[in-house]
Ligand binder design. Structure first.
Ligand code: XBP
Ligand code: MG
Length: 242
């Protein structure tokens, strides 16, 4: 159990400086822009049901499975742990994940998933300051579109100059690939940017890309180790400045 980190004055000062003068803010999606993992979990379970499988991931199991970034990788990890005499093939997993992605979009349509508190205000303030905005996420472009078109409108992608999804790079978080690709497309160095994340996998990925990280704790990663973060908040409404 990690004791809550008391914000150091250095961390608060550096975050304030990056928020006001950083060249770009790079946002994670799931758990950071919106609390989506419960919708993902329900989408997985709906996909298992539609595929006629008796799998069902309750929250405790899903919390463990979330240590594996990537929906397909998560399905494979669960299947391998079951030591089934007929493990799923890569094609089976890909087909199942396509059903899950469709279920995720349907669920968002049905129940919706709002941006987390403080996200919209920070995006608006950053844009007003002329800062560049980017996304670096493990999830797929289809999921980002399903989520953000509902909460930011059909032109949501005009807000983010660079959008790197997990299916565009070879290694998912905690590998730094999505963040390195975002920096490359932005033509910026990590120290000029601030990454906003919710999980240890995301923190490790951004730190390896030499990007300072602000953590906003989310539902499934409350107990993750965020020692390497500049600052750990419960939400963006606690920011020292917007
Ligand atoms: C979170 C993930 C994703 C989602 C499920 O991504 O690890 O795998 O849980 O989405 P991030 P997919 O926090 O980096 O946004 O099923 O599309 O992987
Ligand atoms: Mg996340």
């Amino acid at each position: 159990m990690n004791v809550a980190l008391a914000p150091t004055s250095v961390g608060v000062g550096r975050v304030r400086s990056l928020l006001l003068r950083g060249r770009a803010l790079i946002f994670d999606v799931d758990g950071t822009l919106a609390e989506t993992e419960e919708v993902h979990r329900q989408a997985f379970n709906e996909a298992f049901a539609r595929a006629g499988m008796d799998w069902r991931w309750e929250q405790a199991v899903y919390r463990e499975l979330l240590r594996v970034a990537g929906g397909k990788e998560r399905i494979r990890a669960f299947d391998q742990a079951r030591k089934s005499p007929q493990p799923l093939s890569d094609a089976d997993i890909a087909a199942l994940h396509r059903i899950k992605t469709a279920c995720f979009a349907e669920l968002l349509e049905k129940v919706g998933c709002p941006l987390r508190p403080g996200v919209n205000a920070l995006i608006s303030a950053a844009r007003a300051r002329g800062q560049r905005l980017a996304i670096a996420t493990t999830t797929s472009r289809a999921n980002i579109d399903a989520l953000l078109s509902a909460v930011l409108g059909g032109n949501w992608s005009d807000i983010f100059e660079v959008i790197v999804a997990g299916d565009e790079v070879s290694r998912k978080k905690p590998a730094p690939d999505v963040y390195l690709e975002a920096l490359s497309r932005l033509q910026l160095s990590g120290s000029d940017c601030l990454a906003i994340e919710d999980s240890a996998n995301g923190l490790i990925a951004a730190v390896q890309a030499e990007i300072p990280v602000l953590i906003t704790r989310s539902l499934y990663f409350q107990d993750d180790d965020f020692t390497a973060a500049l600052l750990v908040l419960d939400s963006l409404t606690e920011l020292p400045v917007v």
